[in-house]
Ligand binder design. Structure first.
Ligand code: TYD
Length: 138
């Protein structure tokens, strides 16, 4: 499967009306997992690169609910960049995909939905280790 198919862009329905916009995301429905954790990243400078890890267990959906940022995903072979710039779109990131988040706008609020509670032990933070695992060396 191509990396773009493993990490699909999700378009959420707009339930807005004349009073304003409304986007609903329910675990197991608009996204393919039950949500165990929510966190959000804001006031990251445009020069900062966040993420820089892969997760052995966690799946994520990233949504810029305000402003914009970019996410680079790779499986060690292919890579692509998603520009998150609409509250109605997200990107699904399955297990064992390396991700970098960067180019945060000053008003960026990057919402992350996760399939697990936090466990620092499931993070791979060294890119060479990641490549070794993906190529079967480790
Ligand atoms: P980090 O993984 O570096 O954030 P990002 O991937 O967004 O760049 O996390 C920064 C710190 O926050 C680190 O000490 C771990 C802690 N943290 C938690 O305690 N729980 C969480 O759910 C997350 C995402 C991070």
């Amino acid at each position: 499967m191509l990396l773009r198919e493993k990490c699909p862009i999700l378009q959420f329905a707009d339930l807005g009306d004349e009073r304003g916009k409304l986007v609903v995301i329910e675990g197991g429905q608009e996204i393919p997992f039950e949500i165990q954790r929510v966190f959000y990243i804001y006031e990251s400078d445009s020069t900062v690169i966040r993420g820089q890890h892969a997760n052995k267990e966690s799946e994520f959906v990233l949504i810029n609910v305000a402003g914009q940022s970019k996410v680079r995903v790779t499986d060690g072979t292919e890579e692509f960049v998603v520009e998150l710039n609409k509250p109605m779109m997200g990107v699904y990131i399955p297990r064992m995909i390396w991700k970098d988040m960067y180019s945060f706008s000053p008003d960026s609020v990057l919402l992350v939905l996760a399939s697990t509670h936090y466990d620092g032990g499931e993070y791979i933070r060294n890119y060479n280790d990641y490549l070794d695992i993906m190529s079967g060396v480790k």
